[in-house]
Design a protein around this ligand. Sequence first.
Ligand SMILES: [Fe+2]
Length: 625
Amino acid sequence: MGKTILGIAGYYHDSAAALVRDGEIVAAAQEERFTRKKHDPAFPAHAINYCLEEGFVDAAELDAIVFYDNPLATFDRVVQNARSGAPGAGAPAGRALFAQAAGNLLGDKLWVNEHVRQALGTLGREGRVLFAEHHMAHAASAFYPSPFDSAAVLTIDGVGEWATTSLGVAHGRELELFSEIDYPHSLGLLYSAFTTFCGFKVNSGEYKLMGLAPYGRPRYADLIREHLIDIRSDGSYRLDMRYFGYLDGVAMAGPRFAELFDGPARAPESQITRREMDLAASIQKVTEEIVLRTARHLRRLTGEKNIVLAGGVALNCVANGKLAAANLFDGIWIQPAAGDAGGALGAALLAHHGYFGAPRARASSAVDAQRGSYLGPRYSSGEVLAFLDRKGYPYRRIEDREQRLSLVAEALAAGKIVGWMSGRMEFGPRSLGARSILGDPRNPRTQATMNLKIKYRESFRPFAPAVLREKCADYFDYDGDSPYMLMVAPVREDRRRPMDTSAFDKGDDDMMAVINQPRSDVPAITHVDYSARIQTVDKQDVENGGHPEFRALIEAFERLTGCPLLVNTSFNVRGEPIVCSPQDAYRCFMRTEMDLLVLEDVVLWRAEQAPLADDEDWRKTYELD
Ligand SMILES: [Fe+2]
């Protein structure tokens, strides 16, 4: 009888739970999707309940419950950090930090056992919670679900207990991390320091900074290398702590940042200037350099042909694209929930293969074991209909798939924006066709409409394409798999259109003049540097990680228009967690200017809906991120 293991991540940010049975991933979900609080750090009681229900498991039957890091080691870091006055922060502030950080840890992390007992009424068959090391949990989440039998392992994040970057190797069920860089030296925290300095929020703003980078020039890269970070040829690095202030693992740009980078930090929501674009380009360049050097070193050291990655920095898909283009490894696999939520999954897999010593069942397979990352709740048509009928919302059920998908494809081709909920929710920060907002990539108005009227977010941010796998090379200089939207690749030369950026190049800060120019024959998904963040959609069945319904929709769109790709963005507004239930989807649909909502085999038209009875401004519901 196989082991059933529950993995838990929580208390810091992005709490989550995952259930693994006999080495197979049964379910995984982030707490924020249920509580509707973005990056919710609370004990993931809702996510745990969902995972147990999905697996038909009684908590008392759990063979093990595993937490994604070692709270005592983290506590040790916080204590030492505070004793040393916290780098760059001065002793009095250090003491204040200690009180706060230690309070958090003593109040929560050291009570993991107690919280589990309260929530589940049991500590499982082991009678206690097992604790994984943070980077081991990341590493396990990267390697065990990968399609490789052996691989080099690279994890890079803000900070775990002490480690911020770990190098390792894995064969079969054996996983070893053999070298690490420790806090306070951290690439993740360096990137976060630039994120806050440029006026964005830590944990969600890093993605914006990456999106902003192509507008700028890396004119500060040398300054960063000379003053902030010393990068060695093997990719290892040290930060000059005089430039940083840290607050329990969150990096702050210290006062010296302002001296070095031409003035104070940008105020949030104020105009983005040339300086922020150039800072974004510069820190992005330095990040890519470190990732590439480390990967090259790891290749030399291990001789492995494949590499797997996790940790928040592995969500930097521009750096991932550079790593793929460098051809250092034959295969790259990145855990789609690369941030801390994925630690829940890693912890459970680590217990299965490490603690219980079970062999890997699917090693060296053509397909990975992540099941397309469609690991969250699904709502049946029956549940959707019950909800709509109860509320009296007008809808049309179209059970014939071909008819339904033709209708949606026609709406998309006519410039409509579609909210799309189909099958099990994605695990990880990217929407992959289960909870997506879709649009026509050929339409030059799609990017502006989606940013301003649907997502209510910064207009510079680009959108990603979901493309039929076999047509990927017709549009992009990339012919590999990217099922999790974690690779950025260039749009093919022959699809590009020349852009007039002369005013912008001369120093005009107005990004809109550039944004509004069509850059290719699929302008909505082409970034200003002609790059695109690709999701390839393959023919696989559900068991092998495919999403046949989403695939069939893109095929229907292609039949109609000749275009085998769609704009695919996450189903939420700015500051809101991605929708989970039909209720969440309907509310998001009604608060935005989406035209059509698809809930499984049910279609709703915006024009037919009465205004929301409990209509409230979403801006008051969700704090801007
Ligand atoms: Fe982490």
